[in-house]
Write a protein that binds this ligand. Structure first.
Ligand SMILES: [Zn+2]
Length: 327
């Protein structure tokens, strides 16, 4: 299952990834971990029911959760996307409630594993997954396995620094890829240019939008995409600039990891070539010929299901580890 900031998504699947049932409900993270874990249990049971299965059929549960994650101890630690959570022993709580083994994986790593095993990355041995939505996250697959780093914090692609003096990022630093190419960054740039009177189309969409509490505009990346599709040159330029920054991030990753494929997922990736083609162009301009040989940059195909499907892969691995007797 995928524990998101707004939504809990449970999916019942066979080991080959074939989906046989699912359930979706609100996270309501503000009610705290106990209530949310209770809803996860309800969601798992509801998903089992849609699959026509009973609880004794359940072999294991894998959770894709917002990081940081302590894999060894099965903890979610102060996730920025679940405010007020602190350190939560998600694995122990769920194992007590469901009485089956529970595995835990960072949501971006899980989505990377999902696209790699069942989606757009099936042909790739060394793969980078980048998810571009309101933030930017990622996962690194090396020789078919997710690379977690020394403390499980690897793959924070969104916080790669591209401009020392750039715009402020959600992490508190400046000029991160996320502050330059995420949906939030696209919307912020559009709001600033609409304020300056640079684009009547964006100004109209800003007036029609409903600002969330505390914000001056409700403009979203989807509005910017709509304006670009209506032929607004300013909106198109904002998306192309974000695409070029995304491309710079990819250039750095290609130089370091020499992947055979890059899969771009997340809501913003649904803009397709409008944002991906400028990114590919920067990679063509800047990467060495040897590192570009056969390199493909493709959109993800699993959408919101990538995390839950990838959790199944993480679960399989946790299981085989246990069977092998290693911790
Ligand atoms: Zn950052």
């Amino acid at each position: 299952m995928d524990l998101g900031a707004t939504k809990i998504f449970s999916l019942v699947a066979l080991p080959d990834g074939r989906e046989v049932g699912s359930d979706s409900r609100l996270t309501l993270a503000g009610q705290g971990p106990e209530a949310v874990v209770g809803r996860i249990v309800e969601s798992v049971r509801a998903a089992m029911a849609t699959a026509g299965a009973i609880e004794t059929h359940l072999a294991a549960v894998a959770v894709a959760a917002p990081g940081p994650i302590d894999h060894e101890r099965g903890l979610v630690r102060n996730p920025p996307n679940l405010p007020g959570w602190g350190t939560v022993p998600v694995v122990r709580m769920l194992e007590e409630a469901l009485r089956v083994p529970v595995a835990l994986e960072n949501d971006a790593n899980a989505a990377a594993l999902g696209e790699h095993a069942f989606g757009a990355g099936r042909d790739f041995r060394n793969m980078i997954f980048v998810t571009v939505s309101s933030g930017i996250g990622g996962g690194i697959i090396v020789d078919g396995r997710v690379y977690r780093g020394a403390t499980g914090a690897a793959g924070e692609i969104g916080h790669m620094v591209l401009d020392e003096d750039g715009p402020r990022c959600g992490c508190g630093q400046r000029g991160c890829l996320e502050a330059l190419a995420s949906g939030t960054a696209i919307a912020a740039r559009a709001a600033a240019l609409a304020d300056e009177g640079a684009s009547p189309v964006l100004a109209r969409l800003a007036r029609q939008s409903t600002p969330p509490p505390g914000a001056s505009t409700g403009l979203t990346a989807t509005d910017v995409e709509r304006a670009a599709l209506e032929g607004d040159a300013v909106a198109l330029r904002i998306i192309e600039e974000a695409g070029r920054y995304l491309g710079l991030g990819l250039v750095n990753l290609v130089h370091v990891f020499n992947p055979d494929g890059i899969v771009i997922g997340g809501g913003v990736s649904r803009m397709g070539d409008m944002i991906l083609e400028p990114a590919r162009q920067v990679v063509r301009e800047r990467c060495f010929p040897l590192s570009q040989e056969g390199l493909r940059i493709v959109p993800g195909v699993l959408g919101d299901r990538a995390g839950a499907l990838g959790a199944i892969v993480a679960m399989e691995r946790a299981h085989s580890k246990r069977r092998a007797g290693t911790p």
